[in-house]
Ligand binder design. Structure first.
Ligand code: CAA
Length: 382
């Protein structure tokens, strides 16, 4: 077993850290307060290969491996979680699915612009009445005599929905077949029949735009079908496996930022005549924060390694996401507590880390769904 990173992985980590610390972190408070989409920073990340880390160079990406993706995501998330949300959807949910299931023309048409950061991608699975129970979707794609599909329905909680140029959409092509009746489509949001609905006012990751989207007789051509008809659910699940590595990395980045701020604070802040870091109750929190952070990182790197080996990694990704997201919630909670009033104040970023961490326990599969996936894998029972 080798715990060292390659020179290329460290170089990408360094690029991500530099952009995160010099450009992203200084504007994080502004983006959180205003909810303004950070387009210039996203373009900068794209110019530096960070919007298509695992995308081969021939499609405009950095051509790196899943470990490099984890390292870069952690750095960007430590700068600002909202930026890393946009980054994770572009990398994992959009590019990954097309690279795995798309044909050559689809890869050329859809992946390049997203990987280079000149356009934004999105992933549309969730609907107002179906989140965890994804097969209960109502969005319909009806095949026409000429091979095209007419799509009608609504999707909700679409990350980057307000700004996305292209979307990977999941719709029912045969409702009688349940999961096997779902198909995936590549959508151009400039086409007729596509519309945007209400935007979501959110607790955290406020600069990552989220909205409802609607399809009213949208016509998807036969060549817009991703994979085979009926393969959509498996495509969605496979893509979410990759996405869960991204969200685990995001959780680690948020937690690390809170942990590092806390480490500084406990050395400076004095109470009862001593630095609060000398108190055993504070020391116990610091030790537990560090253990959870390292455990989350190692489990996430393991999931990325298995993915890089080309093996099924659903269980490892679920374990990583569950551990990292719950660690991030716990660590940011303790960081706020240790900072006391300053932790609760908007003058410091602690309360933002706390708010941002919460989403990692919800999206791309709640903690309950991760436990379900892990238990099914472990027991073989359903
Ligand atoms: N990879 C490949 N295939 C998979 C798979 C995986 N990870 N998981 C399941 N499948 C296959 C199964 O093998 C099965 O195939 P067969 O029909 O050939 O047997 C088929 O898919 C159906 O699987 P299940 O019977 O297990 O399906 P289920 O209805 O019981 O659902 C679930 C399983 C785990 C609960 C799943 O619905 C799930 O993960 N739900 C959560 C959805 C989710 O994560 N939503 C997030 C929304 S996107 C988002 O959050 C993005 C954002 O904003 C940033």
């Amino acid at each position: 077993m080798d715990f060292s990173f390659t020179e290329e992985q460290l170089m990408l980590q360094d690029v991500a850290r530099r952009i995160a610390q010099e450009k992203i972190a200084p504007s994080a408070e502004h983006h959180d307060r205003t909810g303004e989409f950070p387009l210039a920073n996203i373009q900068l990340l794209g110019e530096n290969g960070l919007m298509g880390i695992e995308v081969p160079a021939e499609y405009g990406g950095a051509g790196m491996d899943p470990i490099a993706y984890v390292l870069a995501m952690v750095e960007v998330a430590a700068g600002d979680a909202a930026h890393s949300t946009i980054m994770s959807v572009n990398n994992s949910l959009f590019c990954n699915g097309i690279l795995t299931h798309g044909n050559e023309a689809q890869k050329q048409k859809y992946v390049r612009a997203i990987a280079e950061g000149t356009a934004i991608g999105a992933f549309a699975l969730t609907e107002p009445q179906s989140g965890s129970d994804a097969t209960a979707m109502r969005c319909r794609a009806v095949k026409q005599a000429d091979g095209s599909y007419v799509i009608n329905g609504k999707k909700s909680w679409i990350t980057s929905g307000p700004v996305a140029k292209y979307i990977v959409l999941f719709a029912m092509t045969d409702a009688d077949k349940g999961a096997r009746g779902i198909s995936a489509f590549l959508i151009d949001t400039d086409n007729a029949g596509f519309g945007r609905g209400k935007t979501e006012p959110k607790l955290g990751i406020r600069a990552s735009a989220t909205c409802e989207i609607e399809f009213n007789d949208y016509v998807a051509q036969a060549e817009d079908l991703l994979g085979q008809e009926g393969e959509g659910f498996k495509i969605a699940m496979g893509v979410l496996d990759a996405g869960r590595i991204g969200i685990a990395s995001q959780a680690i980045g948020i937690a690390r930022a809170a942990y590092e701020a806390t480490l500084e604070y406990v050395k400076e802040r004095k109470a009862f005549g001593a630095a609060i870091g000398t108190f055993q109750m504070t020391q116990a929190k610091i030790a537990d924060m560090k253990c959870k952070l390292d455990a989350a990182l190692l489990l996430t790197l393991r999931a990325a390694w298995v993915k890089g080996e080309g093996k099924r990694f659903s269980n490892e990704a679920a374990i990583a996401k569950l551990t990292a997201s719950e660690a991030a919630m716990w660590i940011t909670h303790q960081a706020v507590q240790i900072h006391g009033g300053m932790g609760y104040s908007k003058e410091m970023p602690l309360e933002r880390y706390f708010r941002d961490a919460k989403i990692t326990e919800i999206y791309e599969g709640t903690s309950e769904i991760q436990r379900l996936v892990i238990a099914r894998n472990e027991t073989g029972l359903r």
